[in-house]
Design a protein around this ligand. Structure first.
Ligand code: KG4
Ligand code: ZN
Length: 338
């Protein structure tokens, strides 16, 4: 069975064709980074318009590359995300579903991230602990089966990707800030500043990154007043990254131990962070799984595989679903809900 995956929740137009027998057949990704960079962040209206412009040509390209005339099912990101951007993918999925008379699956964007490691040669077996870290979410989830998700902890304020992006902005780096900050950090001394490791001394598995962000802001201001911001930018970036990664790693390991899980999956855009990948693998005695770098950030392949695993939820098209907010733990095991 061939499933076409469509991702348009934010600033990447992602399309992929996944075969339940043969794996990933073709994929294409168009990033809008250049369009939004001048504004320092994603502009929703520009995002929607660009998805409209790019989506159909990318679908044509993927089908041609896979030499498949039409898929057997379509999966699209129905939320969470920017509503206008989601509507573009949902509208296209609905239209093509009607034209091709094939079932359509509404996929949860974060479940797509969660299942991205299933695209790899050695996918994780259930159960596992998922550390889901992106621009909009920081979550620790006990994943007992597909669709059986217990949210153990979440962020009380900024998502960790957002903290990377805002800190990058403070340091004068462009958008998206996460990769730029990580690159700058490689040239700095991570012990130069002793930034707080938020929430480590408290029970529970929630995160909070606003205190860390404020601590960075104070140091940036002090450095600017001293007139040596240029010389310590890399040290601030490295010390921030170290504090954020320490927090994520220690909280994830603690959460896994508290519920007796021996596997950890790291996914979402911040999962592309090299220090995070390395530290969690070094410190956790169990096995750690992550998607390849390209499947950490938004892409069509993760939506296609999530749709393939959720074919039991496919419906003949009757509505276009676009939900800005959609709690991950409200999902159910495939086939158990209408
Ligand atoms: O999953 P994603 O592509 O989009 C959302 O669903 O939000 O994640 C994007 C986030 C951004 O905040 C970006 O700065 C961050 O992931 N990110 C990184 C790295 N690569 C992307 N953060 C830290 N280090 C990286 N290497
Ligand atoms: Zn994402």
């Amino acid at each position: 069975m061939n499933v076409l995956g469509i991702e348009t929740s934010c600033d990447e137009t992602g399309v992929a064709l996944y075969s339940t027998e043969r794996g990933l057949l073709a994929e294409a990704l168009h990033s809008q980074i250049d369009l939004h960079a001048v504004y320092g962040g994603v502009v929703p209206e520009i995002a929607s318009r660009d998805h409209i412009r790019c989506l159909l040509p990318l679908i044509r390209q993927v089908l041609a590359e896979a030499e498949v005339e039409r898929p057997d099912a379509i999966a699209y990101t129905a939320g969470p995300g920017l509503v206008g951007a989601l509507m573009v993918g949902g509208g296209m999925a609905a239209g093509l579903g009607l034209a091709w008379n094939c079932p359509v699956v509404a996929v949860h964007h974060m479940e797509g991230h969660l299942l991205a490691p299933m695209l790899e040669d050695e996918p994780p077996a259930f159960p596992f602990l998922a550390l889901l870290v992106s621009g909009g979410h920081s979550m620790l989830i006990a994943v007992r089966a597909l669709g059986d998700y217990e949210l153990l902890g979440t962020t009380l304020d900024d998502a960790v990707g957002e903290a990377f992006d805002k800190t990058a902005k403070l340091l004068g780096l462009g958008y998206p800030g996460g990769p730029a900050l990580a690159a700058l950090a490689e040239t700095g001394d991570e012990r130069a500043f002793d930034f707080p490791r938020p929430m480590l001394n408290r029970p529970g598995h929630d995160f909070s990154f606003s205190g860390l962000k404020t601590a960075v802001m104070i140091e940036v201001r002090k450095a600017a007043e001293r007139g040596d911001i240029e010389t310590c930018r890399a040290d601030i970036a490295a010390s921030f990254q170290r504090a954020a990664v320490d927090t994520l790693v220690r909280k994830a390991i603690r959460a896994a131990n508290s519920v007796g899980l021996e596997r950890i999956v790291v996914a979402g855009g911040v999962g592309a962070n090299k220090l995070l990948r390395q530290e969690i693998a070094d410190q956790f005695p169990g096995r750690v799984f992550y998607p390849r770098m390209a499947y950490c950030t938004d892409n069509g392949a993760m939506i296609a595989i999530a749709g393939a695993l959720r074919l039991a939820d496919a419906t003949p098209i009757s509505e276009i679903r676009a939900q800005a907010r959609w709690p991950l733990d409200s999902l159910a095991v495939p086939g158990t809900r209408d």
